[in-house]
Design a protein around this ligand. Structure first.
Ligand SMILES: Cc1cc2nc3c(=O)[nH]c(=O)nc-3n(C[C@H](O)[C@H](O)[C@H](O)COP(=O)(O)OP(=O)(O)OC[C@H]3O[C@@H](n4cnc5c(N)ncnc54)[C@H](O)[C@@H]3O)c2cc1C
Length: 527
């Protein structure tokens, strides 16, 4: 029998954090590119968001040497951690575009992917709601658009039919559209699950490493380029995939990638307490505009409700692109209240904001041999990347073979699922499993809001990507995400990480070096 909290398949890839001495165990610390071996990589993916992780996972099924690198300190820590978390059916995409095609394929693949990789999703369906005559008049075109995208189960609803399905729908609702194939999912576990399987299959992962330069090899045949980190590590590779999201423009400048213009489109959200969950049954969507899908009200897979996002275009590199503002939160609560009665009486327990990668030249822009042979630029993956990550990876692999000569030979040893016992698994609690291996610490609570035990936090620390920051533990276990937002359990969780890893308490960080929780002068109090 598999032990709860263990990862049975052998982990074949190497994992390193490019962190200062003392910030993690020496065995995990990146000191020199020699730790990665001397052979050039077949593919280096720059950017471990959901797109880079999805590609790494799919590439790991082949006999290839692959490196996934990110400047942040966990996978999926950029835009991929701050979205609406919907697994879209693609009903509202522009028919005939690559985005429409990828969403169509993704919808078919997601149920099986979620079950193999243990990614929680719930196909609760959506309802688009019209609250003005103008919006009501748009419903028929929206229905036609959905059918053109092969979402033939989408159909118009009367206001009465909506109220039967959603008793708390606003009295202003005039009609709507049923969108049965929309799902809610876990945005954090998606990147983590992809990366864990990739690592198990032999993909190397390097975190905390900003790639600040590319040395192009201009040999016409079999060139070997080098990516160079800000702290001067050089890594050899035959191909580079720029999956750097909003960092993609600056990164493309390093290899002379052709022109595209991107900007962050900020999306702010209010997160409501679990008491709000009973207000709604479906994902409630406004009628979209040309600029944005608009402010939705949706259950989260964790049992809360989100209201958002805004759509605010900001200049590239604007430091406030992931900030929340009073005006933003007011706007989303006003928008949500147009759809649902009683929303304003619900407690907001947190606010957050994510920045879409809006590209002037279009969505899902992919360029092969861009600035150098074997270099691929991906950009404009703006509003649907969580959903399309799986089908985009297949699309890319096919084209990497055709356009940049990547030879594809299946790796017979590769696994294509996460084992049942794998951590993380907030949806599968130790006390709910038939396991003789549950330990005593699985019965000792640490996070009371989300009922997470000390044992589960310890298991997550030992999970394949060896999370070492508070935020990384939070995304795996849900500890710190409840009503108190860590007020009660933060110190204890920092102590658990410190105890289990030997990292001194004053080196435990929120999200990587520079975000230490405890000042050196306070650390003595913990000793
Ligand atoms: C408000 C909002 C709502 C959304 N809602 C949904 C939704 O409901 N459903 C859906 O499917 N999609 C949704 N999306 C879209 C989805 O979140 C994105 O398309 C997806 O997360 C993009 O992933 P990515 O990997 O391209 O980017 P990111 O997650 O940003 O990853 C890029 C990574 O590259 C790294 N990087 C950048 N430069 C460098 C460098 N020089 N060296 C090393 N690393 C570097 C960054 O640190 C980052 O981790 C939403 C997005 C937003 C903002």
């Amino acid at each position: 029998m598999e032990r709860f909290g263990t990862w049975q398949p052998k982990i074949r890839g190497k994992l390193f954090y490019n962190w200062p001495k003392g910030s993690c165990e020496e065995s995990l610390r990146f000191k020199s590119s020699e730790q990665l071996g001397t052979e050039p990589y077949d593919v280096v993916i720059v950017g471990a968001g959901v797109i880079g992780c999805g590609l790494a996972y799919k590439l790991s099924l082949y006999q290839l040497r692959v490196l996934l690198v990110d400047r942040l300190h966990d996978v999926g820590e950029g835009t991929s951690k701050a979205n609406s978390a919907l697994v879209h059916s693609g009903y509202d995409a522009e028919p005939g575009t690559l985005e429409s095609e990828l969403l169509y394929k993704a919808e078919i693949e997601w149920p099986d992917l979620a079950s193999r990789l243990k990614i929680p999703i719930d196909p609760i369906g959506g309802i688009m709601m019209a609250v003005t005559r103008e919006q009501e008049n748009q419903l028929s075109a929206a229905e036609k658009n959905a059918h053109a995208n092969r979402a033939t189960n989408v159909h118009i609803l009367t206001a009465k039919e909506i109220r039967e399905r959603e008793p708390n729908a606003s009295k202003n609702i005039l009609g709507g559209l049923s969108v049965p194939s929309e799902s809610i999912g876990d945005p954090f576990i998606t990147s983590i699950a992809y990366a864990e399987v990739a690592l198990a299959n032999g993909v190397d992962i390097l975190l905390g490493t900003n790639i600040s330069n590319v040395e192009i090899d201009s040999k016409p045949r079999a060139p070997i380029h080098h990516i160079v980190s800000s702290d001067n590590h050089r890594i050899a590779t035959r191909r580079i995939v720029n999956a750097a999201g909003l960092g993609g423009r600056h990164f493309a400048d390093k290899y002379g990638g052709s022109r595209f213009d991107i900007n962050p489109r900020r999306g702010q959200f209010a997160l409501l307490d679990k008491s709000a969950r009973s207000l709604i049954q479906h994902i409630l969507l406004p009628v979209p505009t040309a600029h944005t899908k608009g402010v939705l009200v949706s259950p989260t897979i964790f049992g809360n409700v989100i209201v958002g996002p805004t759509a605010e275009d900001l200049p590239l590199d604007d430091p406030t692109s992931t900030h929340t503002t009073i005006e933003g939160i007011r706007k989303v609560m006003e928008g949500g209240s147009k759809l649902v009665n009683g929303l304003n009486n619900q407690p907001i327990i947190a606010t957050y904001s994510g920045a879409r990668c809006a590209c002037k030249q279009g969505s899902y822009l992919i360029r092969y041999n861009d600035g150098g042979k074997g270099i691929v630029t991906l950009t404009g993956i703006r509003s649907t990347g969580l959903t399309a990550s799986v089908s985009l990876a297949d699309h890319l692999i096919n084209n990497l073979n055709k356009e940049v000569g990547l030879e594809l030979s299946l790796d017979k040893e590769a696994i294509d699922s996460r084992p049942k016992s794998a951590w993380p698994g907030w949806w599968q609690r130790p006390f709910e499993c038939e396991t003789p291996n549950a330990r005593e610490d699985h019965g000792c609570m640490s996070c009371y809001c989300e009922s997470i035990s000390i044992g589960e936090i310890a298991d997550s620390i030992n999970s394949p990507l060896r999370p070492r920051t508070m935020d990384a533990i939070k995304r795996r276990t849900r500890a710190l995400m409840g009503r108190c937002q860590g007020f009660d359990c933060q110190v204890q969780i920092a102590e658990i990480i410190s105890d289990r890893t030997g990292i001194e308490i004053n080196k435990i960080t929120k999200n990587g070096p520079g975000s230490e929780l405890v000042a050196n002068s306070q650390a003595e109090a913990f000793a």
